[in-house]
Design a protein around this ligand. Structure first.
Ligand SMILES: Cc1ncc(COP(=O)(O)O)c(C=O)c1O
Ligand SMILES: N[C@@H](CCCC[NH3+])C(=O)O
Length: 417
């Protein structure tokens, strides 16, 4: 079981903070995302504490969990936001985040998104190509504005993680290739409506080894030096996100302090503001996906299945990245069985756990799929006609419904016949 201060058995029943998960299931139904507000706050404080020696600004990467209540929780602590679309910008603004604390990123921004970001007055837009720089310059000119821009560098560092979430390799679509940088700098001096304020990188997600950050930062610093020599007044160095969390107690994540130990001495001597964009680190272990066992069955080899009422439509990570999520029976059972925990979707990849020791729960009992705070609800879908689940936020003994369960009517409301 994951070591958590926020999801623990009280007696034989699993709780979030001071609230029994079985009460939440009874009141709000399943599948249900349950988030501990205190866990989000604790993770943010741990991150800030690790990097406190370094003047920096943390921008939560909203894509990890864009529920307004989560963004608002972090915003109230002074955290900014990294957003990747008009929708995420809208969510950040709706959550009360000041535009001058928002960074607008994304490898393929549409014109309307650039207009929205500029008119909102975001801290800066990140640019990922020469063409995008030209587009931002033109659009800013048409609006009579100057665009504050950071260029996202592709440092060509292949961080070890799942291949779908490594982003700093030059064969991936992200960032501007080193070979294009001299063209970028000469172009920038001819774009009157852009002010280059930052250099940025993001080498991927769930990265365990700080040395990848060191390698990429070395490259970023060389570019920083060159840009200053060219006369660009760079104010921000954005190191991105990617800091890891523990999903599997047998594979504990590298503590955040180890990243700080490497990065702070490299960045501290510079006269520049450092930005970090953690997503997963702040929220992954703050939520569980609560689900009910519908049926138990076995095959002729004795293999057992727990068929539950949540599926890959609520948490696609196991199907997409073969990710490990702990699964706990909400009522503690001394006895365990080896089973596959599978959902109701018509795909064989619709599973949460395979051949896993699970508390010997009965049909009708609840299971908690752990570490479901990042890239879970935000990646949910209506596939198989599924309704997106409800979400609740727990704060000690207080419970707040922060997203209603979708209805059948909402499922078809945008369709025209
Ligand atoms: C530009 C950018 N910043 C930050 C993040 C957050 O990453 P993580 O959730 O791994 O911290 C991402 C997602 O990988 C991203 O694309
Ligand atoms: N969706 C991925 C992370 C992607 C990070 C964004 N570039 C995951 O669940 O691990």
């Amino acid at each position: 079981m994951l070591d958590s201060n926020f999801f623990r058995y009280t007696g034989t029943t699993l709780c979030c903070d001071d609230v029994k998960l079985e009460e939440l299931a009874a009141n709000f139904g399943t599948p249900l995302f349950v988030t501990s507000r205190r866990s989000v706050i604790e993770s943010y404080k741990a991150f800030e504490c690790a990097f406190e020696a370094l003047p920096h600004f943390t921008c939560y990467s909203v894509k990890a969990n864009y529920n307004l209540s989560v963004i608002r929780t972090l915003a109230e602590l002074g955290c900014g936001c990294d957003v990747n679309s008009a929708g995420e910008l809208y969510r950040a603004l709706q959550s009360g985040v000041s535009p001058d604390k928002i960074i607008f990123a994304g490898v393929g921004k549409r014109e309307d998104e650039i207009v929205y970001a500029l008119q909102s007055g975001v801290l800066m837009l990140k640019a990922e190509s020469l063409s995008e720089l030209r587009a931002i310059d033109r659009i800013a000119g048409e609006l009579g504005l100057t665009a504050s821009v950071a260029i996202r560098i592709n440092p060509n560092v292949t961080a070890e993680t799942h291949p779908y979430i490594t982003t700093g390799d030059s064969k991936e679509k992200f960032g501007i290739d080193e070979a294009e940088l001299s063209t970028v700098f000469s172009l920038l001096s001819r774009l009157p409506n852009i002010k280059l304020v930052g250099l940025d990188m993001h080498i991927g997600s769930q990265i365990f080894d700080p040395e990848y950050y060191v390698a990429a930062t070395v490259k970023l610093l060389a570019i920083f030096k060159a840009s200053r020599e060219l006369g660009f007044a760079i104010e921000f160095l954005d190191i991105g996100g990617g800091f890891p969390v523990t999903y599997d107690p047998l594979k504990p994540a590298t503590p955040i302090e180890h990243f700080a130990e490497k990065l702070v001495p490299m960045l501290l001597p510079l006269d520049v503001k450092v930005i970090f964009e953690p997503g997963r680190y702040l929220v992954a272990n703050a939520s569980v996906l609560l689900t009910r066992i519908l049926y138990k069955k076995s095959n002729h080899t004795g293999k057992q299945f727990f068929v539950v009422d949540a599926g890959m439509t609520e948490l696609i990570r196991p199907a997409l990245y073969q990710s490990h999520h702990e699964v706990q029976s909400v009522t503690f059972h001394e006895e365990e069985v080896i089973a596959d925990v599978v959902g109701p979707i018509c795909e064989s990849s619709d599973f949460f756990a395979r051949h896993r020791a699970i508390g010997a729960a009965e049909e009708g009992e609840l299971l908690a799929v752990m570490s479901a705070g990042a890239y879970a609800a935000v990646m949910s879908s209506n596939y198989n006609g599924r309704l997106r689940p409800a979400e609740v936020l727990v704060n000690g003994s207080e419970v707040k419904l922060v997203r209603k369960r979708e209805t059948l009517e909402q499922l078809v409301q945008n369709e025209l016949t």
